[in-house]
Design a protein around this ligand. Sequence first.
Ligand code: ADP
Length: 402
Amino acid sequence: MPSGTILVINCGSSSIKFALVDPQQPTFPLNGLAERLGSPEAALHWQQDGQKHSVAIAGADHLAALAQLLPLVQTVAGAQLAGIGHRVVHGGEHFSAASRIDALTVAAIRATAPLAPLHNPANLQGIDAALALFPDLPQVAVFDTAFHQDLPEHAYRYALPETLYREHGVRRYGFHGTSHRYVSMRAAEMAGLPVADSCWLSAHLGNGSSTCAIVNGRSRDTSMGLTPLEGLVMGTRSGDVDPNLFGHLSRTLGWSLEQTEHMLNHDSGLLGLSGLSNDMRSLEQAHAEGHPGATLAIEVFCYRLAKSLAAMGCALPQLDGLIFTGGIGENSALVRSKTVGHLKLLNLRLDPAANAACVRGASGPIGESGHPRVLVVPTNEERQIALDTLAEIAPPTPQNQG
Ligand code: ADP
């Protein structure tokens, strides 16, 4: 395993999540969040040696927040700081792997912005700020889409006129690639199987959710598409709907394109179905208290998830296991049990006691013996970004291979 400490940065439009990652260590020496950037309430929160700290940084933008972070990073990492890894959401067809940041990489990320108008410009703000503050450190972009650039054409093409693909890049890209890749490698390790000879279904279930079929370490299909709206029911995103909905709502309600797009991304999913919350924890509690909207939201979420996993099964020659990850996948025994309950045709069954025990960071098998594996594998995108960054800045040599 390559050594060195990497500062991992994940920039949103008004936030920066960060972590100092030493892949040789199981935990992060420093991690935190700068939030509400650009507003009077801007604040920096961080955790160091188990202690939580916060400081107000009223009006700070990305550059000011990173400048505030700089001395902390230097104190904790010191001379061990080997580089910076940036999470970038969309790499389009330019990037099938992590890429060292230079003028060409920045231009290519900028050129991909029309495919991710909310995410890529925010990621670029983080890159610009980090380049200004750490001009001498190597920096690497790690893309959510890169793992899926290997999909076969029959999985990534939409049944649309070819010019839309050839001239405008309209195709399925997929997201959460860093997480699906990380958990499938961990699952192979846990099962004692070589990554290069194992087949997995993976369900990353957080505020955004997606499934993935992974064969011998390569993504073969995934549920998200051109944008992260396609596929599963999510916190506030609808997932798949009939694309004619845009025309229908325009004709019947006079809704603009922006109104429908906003509704599908922000008012739908678990929130829209339940009329209560986008948060699975709150919905589980409300379901236990008999709230019909919460119950319906959980039922639709699990059924649609199972349906997607069964469909992903088409991409696998065999099934070595189903992986649950992300905040919901790692914690909700209820979601796992309802979902697997719909997958009897894949011969999947849960061990109820093991399922109940796998919460709050615990990993392990939760399937009934004699059936294909079901595993809970906590994701760790920061760690994977750090590993990819180190590999890019210090390619493995016979001396540092591990
Ligand atoms: P993000 O996609 O923003 O990284 P997370 O992976 O942290 O999100 O997942 C957030 C989701 O995980 C929320 O719906 C939250 O309610 C859910 N979650 C976290 N803990 C639990 C729990 N103990 N039981 C059920 N759901 C949980």
